[in-house]
Design a protein around this ligand. Sequence first.
Ligand SMILES: *Cc1c(COP(=O)(O)O)cnc(C)c1O
Length: 426
Amino acid sequence: MQNNPGFNTLAIHAGAQPDPTTGARATPIYQTTSFVFNDADHAASLFGLQAFGNIYTRIMNPTQAVLEERVAALEGGTAALAVASGHAAQLLIFHTIMSPGDNFIAARRLYGGSINQFGHAFKSFDWHVRWADPADMDSFESQIDDRTKAIFIESLANPGGTFVDIEAISAVAKKHGLPLIVDNTMATPCLIRPIEHGADIVVHSLTKFMGGHGNSMGGVLVDGGTFDWSKSGKYPMLSEPRPEYAGMVLHATFGNFAFAIACRVLGLRDFGPAISPFNAFLLLTGIETLPLRMQRHCDNALAVAKWLKQHDKVAWVNYAGLEDDANHALQQRYSAKGAGAVFTFGLKDGYEVGKRFVEGLEMFSHLANIGDTRSLVIHPASTTHRQLTPEQQTAAGAGPEVVRLSVGIEDVADIIADLEQSLAKA
Ligand SMILES: *Cc1c(COP(=O)(O)O)cnc(C)c1O
């Protein structure tokens, strides 16, 4: 590769080389559970973390390693760890940071699954989330206390497609000596590279735009290498001797990639949400076309949003790429290439029309996912947000009239034609 390769080049080449034994050009699927040691001393040094190498696929695998190196390069981090899903990556991040009784601050506008994980499942570990308004810096700062361990946001928030002022939130995190964790699933590093705006850790659901084809689950965390884990004494997993590794101090030993190492050798090793080599291969293949796909996703979404906006059955369209959108200035500042592919709009006639509209679509798939090559649709009030009261639905941006689209990369004329025929019938 050239010195200082560009983003498109990295998406195809970072981390990969022809297979040294067979010459295979595509990264092979190393479908094996375990790896033969050279000799007993080699085995001992691998187990003691004195040498890097493959032991067992729960902890590390060569196909997974290429995926990790590629995502770390695209995000501008020092190292990455790929796991079975986005939620598994979040679990390993917080396991490395939190002790029982600790809390973290999270922006309220998040993927629904993250709201559940933080608000309910994490309680069994005695980890506590405090919700903040991503547009109000004081709502983050006023909730920080001496048990606060991190701030968590989405760079481009699901489901509304709203941009967040990452630098302003990073300033709050830095002032209080906290790491800023950014979920970059919806934007991908193609649109936003959060580490350049002050994030310390980036997390992804690779299941969405990164893999891009709706065929494999995966998640990844990226170590920005920017945070001092030893300074405050608040992160003992990184700054204190580990009994299972003969008293090794991970931050002192591994420096600016210690966080990714800790997530692997303490979190992934012991909880076990490993990514399968086959999924790592499919996700890697998807990432090779990420820049092309994201540009098409963004161009199509903007055209669809403009078309919907002038339609007489549509009450409103929430898309930051529209010039009169409240979020347009932030989008221009953080993501000038485009505003992503996921957004919501409102139908004039509420619940029944919303349901009929979704059912009447022919090319769009009605399902609970985003970031596929295919165009996707969901009516949150009758599906994902069904259990909420009407007031809660409206507060979550999922009122009876709301439809969410994930605009695919088909011909935009066909996407619009499908929307048009279903609006006419609804
Ligand atoms: C889907 C998603 C997740 C969770 O990822 P999984 O791969 O489904 O576990 C987290 N954050 C965002 C923004 C998502 O869209």
